[in-house]
Write a protein that binds this ligand. Structure first.
Ligand code: HEC
Length: 155
């Protein structure tokens, strides 16, 4: 059995077949994982907006939309790579987790009291998000503005 397998694998004539099998398995594996993740994590989608925050100022809303909205509301702008594995896993997972801790589209907003420390400690927005969305990078002055605005809004 093992000898037969060796004979098959090490026979030059079978190279084409073997390559085809390997490539076929890789493609199949990719498809299974690529589709399976949407079953496990959910498809990138925006559930209905159930609640609209009364922002203390248009400026707070503007900064929020730039740096936080994609992961903490049901108004996510889904980039193309949120539909393609493997990046899709990270994006969908982050938005799920983000919405779970804080979601301004629901009437129970969530951990709003933590916004100040999260922004101040540069934990939010996450670094990888800034790489892909350079406009989410806030200056120190903008961070102050956003923190004050959010604290007033969610008070
Ligand atoms: C790329 C997605 C993403 C963006 C953009 C983002 N967050 Fe988050 N946020 C998360 C995830 C994921 C969690 C939950 C995991 C964690 O706590 O690290 C979270 C958690 C939080 C929490 C709860 C933290 C805790 O456990 O106390 C707060 C508050 C928060 N985010 C505020 C913000 C604010 C404010 C912004 C904008 C300045 C922002 N986030 C931008 C993904 C994001």
């Amino acid at each position: 059995m093992i000898q037969q397998f060796k004979d098959f694998v090490f026979n030059r004539e079978n190279r084409g077949k073997i390559t085809l099998w390997v490539v076929g398995c890789l493609i199949l594996g990719y498809l299974v994982v690529g589709v399976g993740q949407f079953v496990v994590l959910g498809f990138p989608d925006n559930p209905p907006v159930e609640y609209t925050v009364q922002w203390d100022s248009p400026r707070t809303e503007e900064l929020w939309n730039r740096a936080c909205r994609d992961c903490h509301s049901n108004e996510t702008v889904w980039p193309w790579y949120s539909y393609v594995a493997p990046t899709s896993m990270l994006v969908v997972y982050h938005v799920n987790e983000g919405r779970e801790s804080l979601n301004v589209s629901t009437d129970d907003v969530g951990e709003a009291s933590d916004v100040g420390s999260q922004i101040r400690k540069d934990k939010m927005p996450p670094e990888q998000y800034i790489w892909l969305h350079p406009t989410a990078q806030l200056t120190d002055a903008e961070k102050d503005e956003l923190i004050m605005g959010l604290l007033t809004t969610f008070r």
